[in-house]
Design a protein around this ligand. Structure first.
Ligand code: SF4
Ligand code: MG
Length: 336
């Protein structure tokens, strides 16, 4: 099949002293080979827990409690830590928001890329350094022959993130998970990093999972989007579906909070009022109920099923799409 990753009804909980926090409550999505997919949601939506579950990097008291994570058809849920160590960095690589915490301050950038290569590939130190230089060129680090000997503090924030991408891609992973890779960067640098990710994706045939709170950043990089809230997927579809024909009120709210002019950092965003649900006692109905301006009585008690578009590729978890739902004119207008 052309599916690289298939997440099926994944459930992940944190067993705290207060009780079970159900961070992911049954999510399903897939990533095709060479495809870039965006996972979007506010903090607490479960998007980072999703990536940590896939990498099997959940820390105690976190635990996958149900579902499957098929990577090339093999379920990662039952893999041992030893199996996962062979997969992590090699077949699935990850980059995070703050490259300074992932880079070691006492080693040069070149040594750190070479180290990542030697860990997974049988190359000599000299070959690994040559490859490290190629990687720095690939991620457009200026003057790479000189820069390879620099320490992380000698790199700017954007260059550090490029170095992290170089490390992540050095072993030619099939899947790159990028968790808020540009959030700490200013808007211009953010655009450059996203451009880089996009061109690398086209060049290397690596699938990408871009995790972000900002629906604005996925449009340029991804072909499909998964919108998460309260540990569930609210809506998923193509970029077109999500941006031009959103059907879920939460997605509509996220779209309203994207700044219109990308270069204007100071422009005030319109956040969705209210706070995400308490996942220690998750709502029985729609997780967005408390914040939804279209909420109906059923929304408070029954979790909506997914309503699909005709081609089945655009799915939305909202009662408004039920054929018997009362017509809400404002919603119909926004639905596009
Ligand atoms: Fe709003 Fe109800 Fe739809 Fe949830 S199911 S998003 S509460 S209308
Ligand atoms: Mg996060």
């Amino acid at each position: 099949s052309d599916k690289l990753l298939e997440v099926k009804d994944l459930r992940t909980s944190f067993f705290t002293h207060l009780g079970e926090v159900k961070a992911i409550r049954g999510i399903s999505f897939d990533v095709e080979k060479g495809e870039s997919i965006g996972i979007v949601g506010e903090s607490g939506s479960g998007k980072s827990v999703t990536s940590l579950s896939i990498m099997k990097l959940l820390l105690y008291p976190g635990k996958i409690v149900g579902g499957e994570i098929l990577f090339n058809g093999e379920d990662l849920v039952n893999k041992t830590n030893k199996d996962m160590m062979a997969i992590r960095g090699n077949e699935i690589a990850m980059i995070f928001q703050d490259p300074m915490t992932s880079l070691n301050p006492v080693y040069t950038i070149g040594d750190q890329i070479a180290e990542a290569i030697i860990k997974h590939q049988k190359l000599s130190r000299k070959e690994a350094h040559e490859r490290a230089l190629e990687m720095l060129k690939l991620v457009n680090i200026p003057d790479p022959e000189k820069r390879i000997h620099n320490f992380p503090h000698e790199f700017s924030g954007g260059m550090r993130q490029r170095a992290m991408i170089a490390i992540a891609l050095s072993c030619q992973p099939q899947l790159l998970i990028a968790d808020e890779p540009t959030t700490a960067l200013d808007v211009t640098i953010q655009a450059q990093i996203l451009d880089l990710m996009k061109s690398l994706n086209a060049k290397l045939d690596t699938s990408t999972m871009l995790i972000t709170h900002d629906l604005g950043v996925v449009a340029d990089v991804c072909s499909r989007v998964v919108v998460m809230y309260g540990g569930l997927i609210m809506e998923k579809g193509s970029i077109r579906d999500i941006y031009y024909e959103p059907r879920h009120p939460y997605t509509m709210g996220l779209l309203k909070s994207i700044p219109k002019v990308a270069s204007d950092e100071k422009q005030r965003l319109i956040p969705i009022p209210g706070t995400p649900p308490d996942l220690l006692n998750p709502p029985t109905g729609c997780p967005f109920y408390a914040r939804c301006e279209y909420a109906m009585r059923i929304c408070n008690t029954q979790q909506p099923p997914y309503f699909k578009s005709e081609d089945g590729k655009h799915e939305s978890m909202c009662w408004l799409l039920h054929p018997d739902a009362p017509i809400n004119e404002k919603y119909e207008l926004l639905k596009g």
